[in-house]
Design a protein around this ligand. Structure first.
Ligand SMILES: *Cc1c(COP(=O)(O)O)cnc(C)c1O
Length: 361
C-alpha cells in the first residue's frame, strides 16, 4: 500500500483507502469480466446491478421511505440551486431560504430567477458564524418550501436540529449527508454532491418525495426535470457510471463500519478532540459560535495571518495537508468527513499544541 498523508481537504475529500484500492482494480477489470468498469455499457447487466446496489445501500443506510425516489444526477450540487426552483415553483410562487453561508447565497441567487424569494434569516452580517434557532425567524405561510444548508462547509457551522415547518423542507446536505442519523420523511427533497462525504466528484444524489415530481411546469427542458430521471431510474441518458460505482463502494465501507449511527458516534468523538483543543487556549479561535459548530468542517484562526501561514506550511511538512481555510474567510479549516481517520485528528491536535508552545506572540 502507498504511504498516504492526512488530507483535510474540504472537497473533493479523503476517501476510504480500501475503497480506492478496490476501485483501482475494478477500473481495469471489473469483477473478472475482462472489461474495466468505466468501459462498460451503462445498460449492461453488470453496471445495472452496480447502480441498483448503490441505490439500495443508500436506502438502507439512510432508511429512505418507499415514497421517495433516489436520483443520480450530474451538474454538481450547484445545478440543484436552479433545478429546485425550476421544478417546484410555478409562476409567481414563493419560497423561503435561510441564508447561512456561501452555498445558500448562491442558491438564493438562482431561485430569484424563478420565484418570489423570501430570505427568512441571514447571518451574513456576522460572517456566517452561526445557524438560526427556530425562534430566530418566521417562514412566510405562502412559501412553497423552506430551503436550508444543513452543514456550511466554508464557515464550519451546522444545524444540530432541523427547521420545523408546515411547508416542504428542502436541504443541501452536500457536506454532511450520511454523517449522522436523520429522518428523511421530514423532508421533501435532500440533495448532496458526492465529493465531500460520499465519493468522487461527478454525481449528485437527489432524494425526492414522489408527489413533488409532478409539480414541474410544462416548459422545462427534459433533462432538467426530476421526473425524467425518476421515471427512468437515473438511466434516461448515460449516468456518471464511475462516480455511482464509487459511491456504492463508499457505502459498502460505511455499512461495514456499522452504518450511520456508528459513524455519527465516531464523528462526534473526532470533532470533540479538535474543539477541546481550540477551547483549551486563546491561541486558537473557532469561527463558529459554540452552539452552531459543525462536526465535519472546523474553521479556526490563529493570533494573526502570518502565524496561520506558518502553521499551514509546517503542517504540510509532517503530512497534514489541506488545512488552508476557504479564500472567503482565510484562516484554517480542518475537514474531517466520515472517511477521515481519528489518528489524523490526533496528529493535528498534537501539532497544534506543539505549534502554540513554540510560536508565542
Ligand atoms: C461543495 C458544496 C456545494 C457545491 O458543490 P458542487 O458539486 O461543486 O456544485 C454546494 N453546497 C455545499 C454545502 C457544498 O459543500
Amino acid at each position: 500500500m502507498v504511504d498516504r498523508i492526512y488530507n483535510f481537504s474540504a472537497g473533493p475529500a479523503t476517501l476510504p483507502v480500501d475503497m480506492l484500492e478496490q476501485a483501482s482494480k475494478d477500473i481495469v477489470n471489473y469483477s473478472d469480466t475482462g472489461i474495466g468498469l468505466i468501459e462498460m455499457s451503462h445498460r449492461s447487466k453488470e453496471f445495472m446491478a452496480v447502480a441498483a446496489d448503490t441505490e439500495s445501500l443508500l436506502r438502507d443506510l439512510m432508511e429512505i421511505p418507499a415514497n421517495y425516489k433516489v436520483l443520480f444526477l450530474q451538474g454538481g450540487a450547484s445545478s440543484q440551486f436552479f433545478m429546485i426552483p425550476m421544478n417546484l415553483l410555478g409562476s409567481g410562487e414563493k419560497a423561503s431560504y435561510l441564508n447561512t453561508g456561501t452555498w445558500s447565497k448562491k442558491a438564493i441567487k438562482e431561485a430569484q430567477l424563478f420565484g418570489d424569494i423570501d430570505i427568512a434569516y441571514s447571518s451574513e452580517e456576522q460572517t456566517f458564524n452561526r445557524v438560526p434557532l427556530p425562534s430566530d425567524y418566521t417562514v412566510d405561510p405562502d412559501s412553497e418550501y423552506l430551503y436550508f444548508v444543513s452543514n456550511n462547509t466554508i464557515y464550519g457551522t451546522q444545524f444540530s436540529a432541523f427547521p420545523k415547518t408546515d411547508t416542504i423542507l428542502i436541504s443541501d446536505m452536500s457536506s454532511d449527508i450520511l454523517s449522522r442519523k436523520i429522518d428523511v420523511s421530514k423532508f421533501g427533497l435532500i440533495f448532496a454532491g458526492a465529493q465531500k462525504n460520499m465519493g468522487p466528484a461527478g454525481v449528485t444524489v437527489v432524494i425526492i418525495r414522489d408527489d413533488l415530481l409532478d409539480k414541474v411546469p410544462a416548459n422545462i427542458p427534459t433533462m432538467l426535470k426530476y421526473k425524467t430521471h425518476a421515471d427512468k431510474d437515473s438511466m434516461f441518458n448515460t449516468p456518471p457510471c464511475f462516480a455511482i460505482y464509487a459511491v456504492g463502494e463508499v457505502l459498502k465501507w460505511l455499512k461495514k463500519k456499522g452504518g450511520v449511527e456508528a459513524i455519527e458516534t465516531i464523528n462526534k468523538a473526532k470533532a470533540s478532540l479538535l474543539y477541546d483543543c481550540i477551547d483549551s487556549t486563546d491561541y486558537y479561535r473557532g469561527h463558529a459560535e459554540k452552539t452552531s459548530r459543525s462536526l465535519m468542517n472546523i474553521s479556526f484562526n490563529l493570533p494573526n495571518s502570518d502565524l496561520e501561514g506558518k502553521f499551514i506550511k509546517e503542517a504540510v511538512k509532517i503530512g497534514l495537508n489541506g488545512l488552508k481555510g476557504h479564500r472567503s474567510i482565510g484562516g484554517c479549516r480542518a475537514s474531517i468527513y466520515n472517511a477521515f481517520p481519528t489518528a489524523g485528528v490526533e496528529k493535528l491536535v498534537a501539532f497544534m499544541k506543539d505549534f502554540e508552545a513554540s510560536n508565542q506572540v
